[in-house]
Design a protein around this ligand. Structure first.
Ligand SMILES: Nc1ncnc2c1ncn2[C@@H]1O[C@H](CSCC[C@H]([NH3+])C(=O)O)[C@@H](O)[C@H]1O
Length: 397
């Protein structure tokens, strides 16, 4: 078989597990970067992609992706003509406008052109139409926050003499662009707040279950389950999926044991998914006194990277006041930056934090120093070959 046919014949089913598929995807990306000329790369980065994202979102706004996905569930024929697609639209659209958008997004493999003015979906376009995947929210979040912030960041850094933005109250890219800092803006603009939480749901679905990274059995072995005591507090827990995962692993956990805390608007507007009745949703601002005392674990998943060391000190100081020394644990599920060889997932998160919250990812040394300064002792850092984040376990020193 020639090389091109061999490459085109590969698919997710060619790999026996997801780690191998991911490794092959990264190899293909490296290959693409080697094969494309410098001009092709710059063209693809900015010129092709800006209108690709716009095209995908216009189809989203017109309701095309969800209608198309529904049609596929109902019938065998996924292939649709331009007229069929026009009929899916929730508002009137110019046929030639739609044709031009569809032509571009099919030239870039979002859908597949099968004939004149005729296309069939791909797993990606079907996922865009499947609300449970939150892939649509990943695009929406990018348009609401990440892309405009990335454009602003260039001028913002120049304007601030290339100082590192690490304290949002001093100077902050998001506030420079939108007039408010990230979480204030999200509270005032529920649409933008919703797409951010949507991205968090997508990320959470696509990351390794934290209970596979960290030994929850050991954590719970010293807990008296039936005493009605709070066991686990998921702070900035939003959707509560991490708490659900703990419960799925330990169904013996009872009423009042599990609490998901977040800002009131996030719990009221953006996290309506049904949680097990044993999980309590509790509005709580983590800069104020922690009302749940003496839990076995206070858990933060991709929360502290939003905040400066000073703010982490304020947040964790409140947690420390609620903890029982010698019993309560602080669990931090975050990227621990390696000195060398950070993955693109890690570097993306790091710079997206700069983009939107003046936050950042931390090295192991940084985490240890930060926690030590607040009066904690790191007990262990759990990692897993398939996980992008580690779980840092700490207790009161
Ligand atoms: N002051 C605050 N008090 C409580 N939660 C907050 C505060 N500021 C931001 N948050 C929440 O912190 C979370 C950061 S995003 C992380 C969400 C979740 N733990 C996950 O892993 O997917 C968001 O849900 C924010 O609403």
């Amino acid at each position: 078989m020639d090389t091109l046919s061999l490459l085109e014949g590969l698919g997710p089913e060619s790999f026996s597990n997801d780690a191998d598929r991911y490794a092959a995807k990264e190899a293909a990306r490296k290959l693409l970067y080697k094969l494309e000329s410098p001009f092709e790369r710059s063209w693809s980065l900015c010129i092709e992609t800006s209108v690709l994202v716009a095209g995908i979102q216009v189809c989203q706004d017109l309701g095309i992706w969800s209608k198309w996905a529904d049609k596929c569930k109902e019938s065998e024929t996924a292939t649709q003509t331009l007229d069929d697609i026009l009929a899916m639209c929730n508002s009137k659209a110019d046929p030639n406008l739609l044709r031009r958008l569809l032509r571009h997004i099919s030239a870039l493999y979002v859908i597949e052109e099968t004939d004149v003015d005729t296309w069939k979906p791909t797993p990606f376009s079907l996922a865009l139409g499947d609300k449970t995947s939150y892939v649509d929210q990943t695009i929406q979040c990018g348009l609401d926050h990440n892309i405009p912030c990335g454009v602003n960041l260039v001028k913002f850094l120049a304007k601030n003499q290339y100082q590192e933005p690490v304290d949002r109250f001093k100077f902050d890219n998001y506030r420079d662009l939108f007039g408010d800092d990230f979480f204030d803006y999200c509270q005032k603009n529920p649409g933008a707040g919703g797409s951010f939480i949507g991205l968090m749901k997508a990320l959470n679905l696509n990351k390794m279950d934290w209970t596979e990274v960290y030994d929850t059995k050991k954590l719970l072995s010293e807990v008296e389950i039936s005493n009605g005591q709070p066991v686990f507090v998921d702070m900035g827990g939003a959707h509560g999926r991490d708490t659900n995962r703990l419960l799925a692993k330990h169904p013996e956990l009872g009423q009042d044991a599990l609490i998901v805390q977040d800002l009131p608007d996030v719990l009221a507007l953006h996290t309506q998914e049904k949680l097990d009745g044993r999980i309590k949703r509790m509005p709580h601002d983590f800069f104020s006194t922690q009302p749940v005392l003496g839990a076995r674990a206070y858990f933060f998943h991709v929360v502290l990277h939003d905040w400066s060391d000073v703010d982490c000190g304020r947040i964790l100081g409140k947690v420390k006041d609620a903890m029982t020394k010698g019993y309560s644990k602080l669990l931090i599920c975050e990227v621990v930056l390696p000195p060398k060889g950070a993955t693109s997932f890690m570097t993306t998160l790091d710079l997206q934090m700069m983009n939107s919250t003046s936050g950042f990812e931390r090295t192991e040394e940084h985490w240890r120093k930060l926690l030590q300064n607040i009066g904690f002792r790191v007990v262990g850092i759990s990692t897993h070959i398939g996980a992008m984040e580690s779980v840092i376990e700490a207790e009161i020193a």
